[in-house]
Design a protein around this ligand. Structure first.
Ligand SMILES: Nc1nc2c(c(=O)[nH]1)N[C@H]1C(S)=C(S)[C@@H](COP(=O)(O)O)O[C@H]1N2
Ligand SMILES: [Mo]
Length: 196
């Protein structure tokens, strides 16, 4: 339940039980990138899942022919901002993994530009994660990860790899870019798994 009252000033309007501990609401959409924004044409874009059974790739048109979900969710950055009620369109990881055979339990997401982040597979399934390519009814802007980004809204937003180009299955959990640089291996905002 939300306690936001528009038009009221003061601290009370920042109370909202969708807000995890230690987080503050923002109404703009901050950009947080560890490097330059890559310029990726959808004509050149490809998404690949690599598992022990082999590789499965989709080009943009093939990807757009998969089942597309509308997602209304919140995002929580470890730097203490949260954005509520964001609207996305994307392909769920459940749909992706209908096409992938694997017994491996861990995933490394890889981005154009070299960024990586790790997530256990069961945290990506059951309508918990998407490859998102639209935000607020518009194609996802490059600075926010367009043409497509991973969206894992129940974990801190660094897990939502922008400019995602693929997933690599692993037999054990291994730290990605921020996780090697002091961020928590898991990153649950409700448990404040920020750093370690
Ligand atoms: N490829 C890539 N993905 C990334 C990042 C990055 O630097 N590179 N930053 C992460 C962090 S720390 C956050 S908070 C969110 C920010 O997404 P935004 O810029 O769309 O707000 O993207 C995440 N995904
Ligand atoms: Mo972040």
């Amino acid at each position: 339940m939300s306690f936001i009252t528009r038009g009221f000033s003061g601290r009370s309007r920042e109370h909202d039980d969708r807000l995890p501990p230690g987080q503050t609401l923002v109404h703009d959409f901050p950009v947080l990138s560890a490097g330059p924004t890559p310029d990726i044409d959808t004509a050149d874009w490809e998404f690949t899942v690599r598992a022990e059974s082999g590789e499965r790739s989709w080009n943009w048109d093939q990807f757009m022919s998969l089942e597309i979900d509308e997602v209304d969710t919140d995002s929580h950055c470890v730097t203490h901002w949260s954005k509520l009620g964001t609207k996305w369109r994307g392909v769920s990881l459940d749909t992706i993994f209908e096409h992938v055979e694997t017994d491996l339990d861990y995933v490394m997401a890889h981005s154009y530009g070299g960024y990586t982040t790790n997530v256990p597979l069961d945290e990506l399934l059951d309508a918990k994660a998407w490859i998102a390519f639209e935000f607020d009814g518009e194609p996802l802007e490059a600075e926010h990860g367009g043409p497509a980004r991973l969206l894992v809204p129940h974990l801190y937003f660094w897990k939502s790899a922008k400019w995602v180009r693929g997933l690599e299955m692993m037999d054990q959990d291994e730290p990605g870019f921020w996780e090697q640089n002091g961020y928590h291996i898991h990153g649950d905002p409700w448990k404040e798994e920020r750093y370690w």
